[in-house]
Structures are given as structure tokens and as C-alpha cells.
Write a protein that binds this ligand. Structure first.
Ligand code: ASP
Length: 236
């Protein structure tokens, strides 16, 4: 079964409401699969209910339920036609997915054809591992492995901006350290970009250019609104 994924870099653009920049894309992507289970575990300083309400408020035409609306994770996943995973802290998210029992259930459901939308931390966990998250490891999940729905590492909120007079590593410094020690390339997606994955192909939607960072440290710009085979992107 081919997987349908929408992996977004971020939730909020300046001067616009929560998820507003991508709401049309989310609705098109979801289509008739409007019964959505929302996973709020990345929201460390926000209650599950408050986070779920925020997402429902941004997407009123969908029927969104949170994890606290169900007694058992298995009934939540069974009820859902689509699963949305919100942003926040990626380590907290992955840890809670494991300790709550949701990890394997979601993995199986998406592999069986339910739709997956993730933003930021929710995009990180959809890949093979969370090693290219920007977050601090504030908790220790049992493993850094993600759902592996998408076989390329993602760096969300990608920026090449450097802070003047700041001695710490830039984003690119950190990502180049990753590719120096690992084989996998990294898909670097700036704010306002969504990766639409349909089976073995994908399209990048958004105004700003994404880049592939290769093992040798080479950065290759990816054209938007054009279809790519995932394998071709990995080999770029
Ligand atoms: N903290 C980010 C988010 O979910 C994830 C990341 O930057 O890696 O918004």
C-alpha cells in the first residue's frame, strides 16, 4: 500500500493565523478522510485539550478528536481516517508516542492507507530518525528512530541565517556535522514549505526553495511544484 503524507515545515507564518498558510493544502490532501485524530504530545507547555482545540479552530471543516477523547489508543486510531501530529518538542513527542502505546498503532495505520499530516516535530518523527531535529533532547526516548514513512531525514524550519556576533554553530554547521558522521542526506525545508508524498514520489509546495544536503556537504536546490521520485532526490 502506498503512503500518503503531508509533511510541513511549520505551523505559523508571520502575520497569519495558526496553520492558515497551509489550511487549503491540508484540506485538499485529506479529501473525504475528515475524521482526524490529533496527536498533541509535542506540546510540552500546552494541555492536550488546548492543543487539540487550537487545531480544530484552525480547520473547522474537519472533525478533529484528541487522544483524551478515547479510552484506548487502539480505538482512537481505529476511529480516525487521518492522523495529524503537531509540532513542539520532537524528543518529548517521540518519547510519549512510545510510552502511550501509540507508536506502533499509528505506524501500522498509515502503512495500511490512513493519511498522515505532520508539522515540524510531527514531520521529524515521520522520517527514519529524529537526529536532524532542531530541538533539545529534554527527555530520552527509547530510540531516535521515527516512523520511517519517509526515508529521508528532514530539517524543518530550515534557515541559513546567521546571528551576528554569536559564537555558536549555525544551522548549516550542525547539519554538516550530521552528514559528516552519517550516510543519509537531509532534506532542508524552510518555513512555508510542505512535502507531499504519494508512494514513491513527492512534490514540494511553497514559495521558498528547499535544499538537499549531501554526504559531501554539497547543498542542492530543489525545484518546487515539480514531481520527484524519492530515489532521485536521495541520489541528487
Ligand atoms: N521544535 C520544532 C517544532 O515542532 C521541531 C524542530 O525544529 O525540529 O516546531
Amino acid at each position: 500500500m502506498s503512503m500518503d503524507l503531508l509533511l510541513l515545515s511549520n505551523s505559523t507564518m508571520p502575520q497569519s493565523d495558526y496553520l492558515e498558510w497551509t489550511a487549503d493544502d491540508i484540506l485538499t490532501f485529506v479529501g473525504d478522510h475528515k475524521k482526524v485524530l490529533f496527536i498533541p504530545f509535542a506540546g510540552v507547555t500546552l494541555s492536550h485539550q488546548a492543543y487539540t482545540d487550537k487545531v480544530q479552530g484552525a480547520l473547522p471543516s474537519l472533525e478533529i478528536k484528541g487522544v483524551d477523547d478515547f479510552e484506548e489508543p487502539s480505538s482512537a486510531v481505529q476511529w480516525a481516517e487521518s492522523i495529524f501530529v503537531g509540532g513542539g518538542n520532537t524528543f518529548a513527542l517521540l518519547n510519549k508516542l512510545h510510552t502511550s502505546g501509540y507508536f506502533d498503532l499509528i505506524k501500522n495505520a498509515i502503512q495500511a492507507g490512513k493519511r498522515y499530516v505532520g508539522w515540524s516535530a510531527g514531520s521529524n518523527v515521520a522520517t527514519c530518525s529524529i537526529r536532524t531535529s532542531n530541538d533539545m533532547p529534554i527527555v530520552c526516548p527509547p530510540s531516535f528512530e521515527g516512523f520511517n514513512f519517509f526515508p529521508i531525514q528532514i530539517n524543518p524550519h530550515y534557515t541559513e541565517a546567521v546571528v551576528e556576533n554569536h559564537g555558536g554553530e549555525s544551522r548549516l554547521d550542525r547539519l554538516r556535522e550530521f552528514v559528516a558522521l552519517n550516510e543519509e542526506p537531509v532534506l532542508c525545508i524552510p518555513e512555508g514549505v510542505g512535502v507531499w508524498v504519494q508512494g514513491a514520489s513527492l512534490e514540494l509546495k511553497g514559495k521558498y526553495a528547499s535544499k538537499m544536503l549531501q554526504k559531501n556537504g554539497r547543498l542542492v536546490e530543489i525545484k518546487h511544484n515539480q514531481s520527484y521520485q524519492i530515489g532521485a532526490l536521495q541520489a541528487m
